[in-house]
Each structure stands twice: as structure tokens, then as C-alpha cells.
Design a protein around this ligand. Structure first.
Ligand SMILES: Nc1ncnc2c1ncn2[C@@H]1O[C@H](COP(=O)(O)OP(=O)(O)OP(=O)(O)O)[C@@H](O)[C@H]1O
Ligand SMILES: [Mg+2]
Length: 303
């Protein structure tokens, strides 16, 4: 998966957020560097990546980087467990880093319990708290952290990064398509790479490719709406018919977009209904035109 393969490994790999990266770099290279950090910003813009890079800069051994997803471990027991373990010296290397992901999902008890250790962690312990919603943390936790904000990436830097990935992967992807992906990903590099992964092997008309991954542009709004309704369990024919009435695109084009959309779903889940929709849209509509499209939709939802 591209978003895993292209996780930044060093400060210089981080796209965008130059000021934050420089700030982090200079703070952690200072002699009296803090042991407690808070990174906040939207999903997919580099919080976990930056945390791991920081951990390595601290000299932390891979085996001593402890990542805890707080949304699954929200309570006081997790806090107590962390506090107990901070007393143990690392087995490998000089320090241990706790990366607490989605830390805003923790309970108030959790946050209060951690206050003391966040304020004065043992010499061999670092904490990096990551969150998309810093306002949900109690103030006393926030006050104890050196805080950095990570911003969504600009469309331009996402396009540039995607071009770079395409080059490394020997992919030829239309530049208009890269721009659309960047726009759709709303600043998240992860979303952009996931989308690139989905479309990278598709060939053909750009608007069809875009529709096949469910990206809604002004041009393919109705087609996507049709796909979504077809994918809704037990959908009523009336709801499909309304969209079909408004559909002006070439039926053959719609057919291919539907195929792309549903094969994408099937690649991600075992779903006999989705397979049956694909079957209904297998035959081209060259001779039957819109009637063929209407019939295929009808057959699909009667499965
Ligand atoms: N600033 C960035 N520079 C380069 N790649 C990035 C950047 N941000 C995100 N990515 C890409 O997106 C992937 C996910 O990023 P990361 O896990 O760091 O995001 P996150 O901010 O922790 O998201 P979440 O809030 O969902 O946990 C990375 O593996 C990498 O491929
Ligand atoms: Mg993360």
C-alpha cells in the first residue's frame, strides 16, 4: 500500500509543515529538551509519522517505541499500566517513547492520572501525544506539553508528492487526475495516496476513473448518486428511477463507471450482492442504450 510504503522516515521526507518540522527539530536538539510533546492536526497529515521520526531522533530503539491507540484503551487501567511501566528501564537503548494516539478519546480519569508523569517523566521516558481534537484534552494536560500543530497540506504540495510517487513507481497518471485527487483529499496525504492506489491501474476516460473510486465532481454527481443508491441494501426501485430520469450521460459510460465503482467495493469486501450488480452490468449497452442501463439497474436491485 502506497501510504505505508511512502511513510516519511526523516524530517526531510515530511511534506509541508516546514515551520513545525523546523520547530520540532530545533527543540529536540536542544540540551534540555522536553520529554512531553503534543502534536495536533487533522487526520493523515503526519502526526504518527512525525512522532516516529522524533522517537528515532531521541535515540530510541525500535523495540522501545510503544504506540497505544487510546480510542481502544481509554480508561484508568491503561493510565496505571503506563505509569507502572515508565518505572522500568528500557531493555534496548537509552530511552522509551510512548506515542499516545487519539489521546482526546481518553477519559478524564486517564488524563488526571497521567498528569504527574507527564510533568516529570523519568529521564529515560518520552511522551508524544497525538490528537485531531486538542480542545477535548483537559487544560492541565495541554499545559504540560510542548505543543506543535500540523496543518493540512496544500493541493500543490500533494500534487508534487503524488508526481514523485508516480515516478518512483513508474506509473503514468494524467496530471488532471492527480489534481482532482489532491483536491478531494482535503489536505490529507494519506487520503491522496490511498486514492492513487485505487486508480493507478485503471485505464480509460478520466471522468470514468474518477467515478469508479467514488470521487464526486460536478460532472459525475448523478452517476455517483446512482452507484450509491444501487449499493444501498434493499433500495426501492423508485429511488433508482428518479436518478435514471435525470441521467444524461452516455449509458455505456455510466455502465463502465458502475463497474469500476462496484469492483472497487468487491476488492475490499466479500459481498455477493455487489458481485451480482457487476454481473448485471457486464454486457455493453452499445445496442440497447438507456433501455439497457435501466434494465441492468432493475435486475441488479431485484437480486
Ligand atoms: N506530512 C507528510 N509528508 C509525507 N507523507 C505524509 C505526510 N502526512 C501523511 N503522510 C502520508 O500519510 C500516511 C499517514 O500519515 P500519519 O499516520 O502520519 O497521519 P496522522 O496525522 O497520524 O493521521 P491520523 O490522525 O489518522 O492518525 C503516511 O504513512 C504517509 O504516507
Ligand atoms: Mg496517527
Amino acid at each position: 500500500m502506497l501510504h505505508i510504503k511512502y511513510r516519511p522516515q526523516s524530517f526531510s521526507d515530511m511534506i509541508g509543515n516546514k515551520e513545525t518540522v523546523e520547530g520540532v527539530k530545533s527543540l529536540i536538539s536542544s540540551k534540555e529538551r522536553p520529554h512531553t510533546y503534543l502534536l495536533h492536526g487533522p487526520s493523515g497529515c503526519g502526526k504518527t509519522s512525525l512522532s516516529r521520526i522524533m522517537s528515532r531522533e531521541f535515540g530510541c530503539h525500535q523495540n522501545e517505541i510503544v504506540e497505544i491507540n487510546i480510542s481502544n484503551n481509554r480508561g484508568i487501567d491503561t493510565a496505571r499500566d503506563i505509569i507502572d511501566k515508565t518505572k522500568l528501564r528500557p531493555l534496548y537503548g537509552p530511552c522509551r517513547v510512548y506515542i499516545l494516539d487519539e489521546v482526546h478519546k481518553s477519559t478524564n480519569e486517564f488524563q488526571n492520572a497521567l498528569l504527574k508523569v507527564l510533568e516529570e517523566p523519568p529521564e529515560h521516558i518520552y511522551f508524544i501525544l497525538c490528537t485531531t481534537e486538542p480542545d477535548k484534552l483537559i487544560k492541565t494536560v495541554r499545559n504540560r506539553c510542548s505543543t506543535f500543530s500540523i496543518s493540512p497540506l496544500s493541493d500543490k504540495s500533494i500534487v508534487r508528492a503524488l508526481e514523485e510517487v508516480c515516478k518512483k513507481e513508474s506509473l503514468t497518471v494524467d496530471s488532471e487526475l492527480l489534481k482532482t485527487i489532491a483536491k478531494e483529499s482535503l489536505g490529507s496525504m494519506r487520503s491522496a495516496l490511498v486514492m492513487l492506489d485505487q486508480i493507478k491501474d485503471l485505464k480509460g476516460d478520466i471522468s470514468e476513473i474518477i467515478a469508479s473510486v467514488g470521487i464526486v465532481t460536478e460532472e459525475n454527481k448523478t452517476v455517483i448518486e446512482l452507484c450509491r443508491r444501487l449499493a444501498t441494501p434493499k433500495v426501492k426501485w423508485k429511488s433508482i428511477a428518479i436518478v435514471l430520469k435525470n441521467l444524461e450521460e452516455d449509458p455505456e459510460k455510466v455502465r463502465r463507471a458502475v463497474l469500476g465503482y462496484f469492483s472497487n467495493i468487491l476488492l475490499n469486501e466479500d459481498n455477493p450482492y455487489v458481485a451480482s450488480v457487476i454481473e448485471c452490468f457486464e454486457e455493453p449497452f452499445y445496442n440497447s442504450g438507456k433501455a439497457g442501463l435501466i434494465k441492468a439497474c432493475y435486475m441488479a436491485i431485484k437480486f
